[in-house]
Design a binder for this molecule. Structure first.
Ligand code: NDP
Ligand code: MG
Length: 400
């Protein structure tokens, strides 16, 4: 049966990879809905190519975009703003939601998809960093399915026993013999450079990732290794493990996408070219497999795979992520919000790359939020998020 897909964040890098796969498999998948935010010319072209039934854009762009669709002879319904994204994510016609909006903006629609019992292909790691417990609870209560497409988490998913895969990836206890998870990290563009060199880095250098092609925010996060910090928190929620059971190892070649260590000494790894089309295709077709269009690995040309312990002084964001995870959800919300503001300030040339970690650290110690109770909901989360954003914005202003 055809799977109907809503691609939220269709105009981004994950959106590109997802739609490239779907374009090759239109007999099995229908592109039912798309969303975009600023790149609306690109969204229009995607509408011409895929002819979705519904399109979500910012509220102020609804009328104009509807007019442009009409002029192009298209009939898609246009919805606006966060509510529009939620409507699309919960549409009864939609089977699968690809959650590929960047940052906190992706949380409401991702959570709504979970509450509507959808199959969710999760790229938007910030949703779990901010609202891990709420998300996982919603997935379980409403019988949704959460399939990670972040390459590391997808790799771990693939290396876990089928019983865990089918139990919404929750490891719970030691009965499956899982001793540790190993998240691999490329180390980003500054792995071989000193802290002083990193301090001088401009935006172009920071977003030039050695192995992966990604959106701007996650590229900066990779340069500071905040991305690995966010992924550590994502993994704790996704796999129901404490941070102490998740190790990070730098593997500059980005061939092994992560590993599961078992109590008998086995390490299971997933390997592949650094191309997001592989984990996306895996999640789209799970438990079957489809062609992704990625280049197969040529093992004969791989000269060596390295593994390095991360330097937590140079990459302080990784240390902060562990610290926040130990402190509780209120801290991971603060860290995520501060980081979004700090990254934006760096992209606008207001602060240095290395200031991001200091800003995040200061926000973590200065923003006061009490521990969230077990029945906390999205409003409680967004209240802390907003507090942390205001604090960080004023901190950045003081630094100018
Ligand atoms: P991009 O910046 O390339 O794309 C982001 C998408 O989100 C775009 O479609 C953008 O719309 C949309 N968007 C941005 N702000 C808003 C908003 N306020 N409201 C609604 N939509 C918005 O990012 P990526 O594709 O790289 O990343 C997307 C997510 O996937 C992130 O959470 C990232 O961490 C995660 N991820 C990405 C990987 C990658 O390889 N790229 C790997 C693993 C995870 P528009 O472009 O039209 O403005
Ligand atoms: Mg990743």
């Amino acid at each position: 049966m055809t799977q109907r897909i809503a691609v939220l964040g269709a105009t981004g890098s994950i959106g590109d990879s997802t739609l490239a796969i779907l374009a090759e498999h239109l007999q099995d998948y229908e592109v039912y809905a798309l969303s975009g935010h600023q790149r609306l010319d690109k969204l229009l072209k995607l509408c011409q190519q895929f002819k979705p039934k519904r399109v979500a854009v910012p509220t102020e762009a609804v009328d104009d975009f509807a007019k442009r669709l009409k002029q192009a002879g298209l009939t898609a319904e246009v919805v606006g703003g966060t509510q529009g994204l939620i409507d699309v994510a919960t549409d009864s016609q939609v089977d699968t939601v690809v959650a590929a909006i960047v940052g906190a903006a992706g949380l409401p629609s991702t959570l709504a998809a979970a509450r509507a019992g959808k199959r969710i292909l999760l790229a938007n790691k910030e949703a779990l960093v901010m609202a891990g417990q709420v998300m996982i609870k919603a997935v379980k209560t409403h019988h949704a399915t959460l399939l990670p497409i972040d390459s590391e988490h997808n790799a771990i998913f693939q290396c876990l026993p089928a019983t865990i895969q089918q139990d919404n990836t929750q490891i719970h206890d030691d009965s499956h013999g899982v001793r540790k998870l190993w998240l691999t990290a490329s180390g980003g563009p500054f792995l071989q450079q000193s802290f002083a060199q990193m301090q001088q880095a401009g935006v172009a250098e920071a977003v030039k990732h050695p192995n992966w092609s990604m959106g701007q925010k996650i590229s900066v996060d990779s340069a500071t290794m905040m991305n690995k910090g966010l992924e550590l928190i994502e993994a704790c929620h996704l796999f129901d493990l404490p941070e102490s059971k998740i190790n990070v190892v730098i593997h500059p070649q980005s061939i092994i996408h992560s590993m599961v260590e078992y109590s008998d000494g086995s390490f299971l790894a997933q390997l592949g070219s650094p191309d997001m089309k592989t984990p996306i295709a895996h999640a789209l077709s799970y438990p079957q497999r489809i062609a992704s269009g990625s280049q197969p690995l040529d093992l004969y040309t791989l000269s060596g795979l390295e593994f390095i312990k991360p330097d937590l002084q140079k990459f302080a964001c990784l240390r902060l992520a562990r610290q926040a995870m130990q402190a509780g959800t209120q801290a991971t919300i603060i860290l995520n919000a501060a980081n979004e503001i700090a990254v934006e300030a760096f992209l606008q040339g207001k602060v240095r790359l290395t200031d991001i970690a200091s800003i995040n650290e200061q926000a973590l110690s200065e923003v006061k939020a009490s521990k969230l109770s077990a029945d906390a909901d999205i409003d409680d989360i967004l209240a802390i998020d907003s507090l942390a954003r205001h604090y960080t914005e004023s901190l950045v202003r003081q630094m100018l």
